[in-house]
Write a protein that binds this ligand. Sequence first.
Ligand SMILES: *Cc1c(COP(=O)(O)O)cnc(C)c1O
Length: 375
Amino acid sequence: MRVEFYKHNLGEEEKKKVLEVLDGLFLTTGKYVEEFEKKFAEYLGGEFVVGVSSCTAALHLALILHNIGKGDEVITTPLTFIATANAVLHTGAKPIFADVEPETGLIDSERIEASITSRTKAIIPVHLYGMMADMKRIRTIADRFKLKIIEDSAHCIEGEREGIRAGELGDMACFSFYATKSITSGEGGAVTVHDKNEKDKLYKLRSHGMSKEAYGRYEERYRHWDMEILGWKYNMYNIQAALLLNQLKNIEKHWIKREEISQKYEQAFRGIKDIKLLKIPPDSKSARHLFTILVPPRKRDSILWKLQRKNIGVAVNYRPIHLLRYYRETYGYRRGIFPFSEQIGDSTITLPLYSKMTYGQVDYVIKMVKQVIKE
Ligand SMILES: *Cc1c(COP(=O)(O)O)cnc(C)c1O
């Protein structure tokens, strides 16, 4: 038996839609992107969505939109993919890490508050593995200190907490459609905003700061475009949107399957010696993006290798950012400063979780994990 780490759900419908784009005139940003932005906003129950080339680009533009740059500080979690903190570095600002809650792995709102200085401009909570950070408390803190909230929602399209969805309480939320995310176009991203002027500014920021993108220019009598602000080349294009549109229709169906698999894993691993599971916060629906187990740090890597040898795709999400070489050397971070992130980073293993998994494969993963953990 072989169980890949991830398999996407793209099929005939997506192929048809992509061919439709190829048979048309516009490969770049156009009506498919517009349709995706509208449908994604509807799905999230939010106001506006802007399609971009990646979640990293979304995070970068979100910070730029709020004029965050050199001399500013942005608080985020060390237990995330490097994109979260790198986007802050791209603006010239400094990422300030606040440790996570040991039971959930989510950024601890009390530590956010303790990390605020006069230079703090924004908070980037990460909805890790699909579980939403405590957005109500983080919103309260942000309001008190007049900070912006940019949600890193790369793991959390379907989730909610206390009735709150991604992008609802944050000023913006950033999504990823990277190859292993729950809906994917290989590469791609999106950012939500509540305000139409901000949406219009993001349209410019994703396309070099031009007054009109190509599609807008095509629609009307020729007018010269101008470059109004400094922007980037971050636009989503029609082929990406064509890949995403149909997946949006099936998003709940695939979530239900991941929820079932996750529950099977939880039942199987609960009470097993040497396996711990993170807790989903109360009154939450996890988007069930990743399923992780925590094992004793001294055994973690050997368990990873053994599972690999059993043909099971595994990953580590994540070794905390402050211990990666660039961050250590640039900022002098050492082990011990964010103990809970380090603890999880040292003991975590991510197991396969996607709706194309068969229950036979799920049982195989469970059996093999139980077997190698005893060795
Ligand atoms: C995947 C991921 C990103 C980056 O997404 P890209 O679309 O690849 O730029 C950012 N944050 C988290 C938490 C991620 O998992």
